[in-house]
Design a protein around this ligand. Structure first.
Ligand SMILES: Cc1cc2nc3c(=O)[nH]c(=O)nc-3n(C[C@H](O)[C@H](O)[C@H](O)COP(=O)(O)O)c2cc1C
Length: 272
């Protein structure tokens, strides 16, 4: 199968696809049609930049069954809006007792697929618990790991204040998953190009997408710590030995409103 096909009737012969390809997979000579590079086409990242940059929708990578979708500039937000959105995002730790619609979860998970990843490897899969009972099952597995660490008086138990969280759990307060009605866990291979970075970025994208969708979200660091150590939690999540958790988010309809943006220090920057 060729690397890509060109609609000759549409191609403007501008060479933009070749110029923008990050791996040099496309050969273009003035006046001609773009062609796959004999040797370098093997380096294609499937990133779709050739399709994204083409103003005539003339090129189609063979790895994609669908055409690209046009960018709707009428939906662009201003920098002021983006800045306000980014500053006003808060970690939400109080959720209404209402399920999160599957369609909404699907939609934000699709948005997170557009996060950058090293070599466009996109190695992340999601384990999602929807419904308070399922999330409580995950939290319970984490609590059991915390209990064992606390009984061992481990360094981790001291550093993460685990005995207090276990006491709260035993008294009916979930400080692990905060009674969230949904949980999304970013799982990726231990080995790879940049799986840890890819997982963290995908989770950050998901958090922003959730916020934009009107949901509350909060990173679930205790679950991430437990998944690195506890066989019971790993089994609960269905992780393979070759996989790690790189991000986890509690999700739900927020029970809080945040009418103010708390101060943050100015960024520390060294201009070279
Ligand atoms: C990697 C990571 C792990 C976190 N784990 C937890 C957690 O387990 N429980 C929690 O309540 N908040 C957790 N948070 C949220 C932070 O406490 C929060 O981002 C920080 O206090 C700043 O608040 P803001 O997100 O509202 O700006 C975590 C955040 C990150 C980035």
């Amino acid at each position: 199968m060729p690397l890509f096909t060109i609609d000759e009737t549409r191609c403007k012969r501008d060479g933009l696809c070749a110029a923008d390809c990050p791996a040099g997979c496309i050969v273009f000579e003035k006046g001609g049609l773009p062609e796959p590079h004999d040797k370098k086409q093997a380096y294609c990242l499937d990133c779709g930049h050739c399709m994204a940059v083409c103003p005539a929708d003339a090129i189609r990578l063979s790895c994609f069954s669908d055409a690209g979708e046009p960018v709707d500039r009428s939906l662009n937000i201003s920098f002021d809006q983006a800045e306000q959105f980014l500053k006003a995002r808060r970690s939400v730790r109080a959720f209404r007792d209402a399920p999160v619609e599957r369609d909404l979860l699907d939609r934000i998970l699709v948005a997170a697929e557009y996060s950058p990843s090293g070599h466009n490897a996109r190695p992340i899969r999601w384990v999602v618990a929807d419904g308070r009972a399922k999330v409580a099952g995950v939290a319970g597995a984490v609590a059991e790991w915390m209990r064992a660490e606390s009984e061992d008086e481990s360094n981790l138990a001291r550093a993460l204040h685990l005995p207090g969280i276990v006491r709260a759990w035993d008294n009916g307060t979930d400080m692990i998953c905060r009674n969230a009605p949904a949980l999304a866990v970013a799982v990726g291979p231990k080995q790879g190009i940049t799986p840890r970075e890819d997982g963290v970025i995908a989770t950050a994208y998901l958090e922003l997408a959730a916020t934009a969708a009107g949901l509350g979200a909060c990173w679930c660091g205790y679950l991430m710590a437990a998944a690195a150590h506890a066989a019971g939690v790993r089994e609960f999540l269905g992780l393979k030995d070759t996989e790690a958790v790189y991000g986890a988010l509690m999700l739900g309809h927020s029970a809080r409103r945040y009418p103010a943006i708390p101060p943050r220090p100015a960024p520390e920057v060294d201009w070279l």
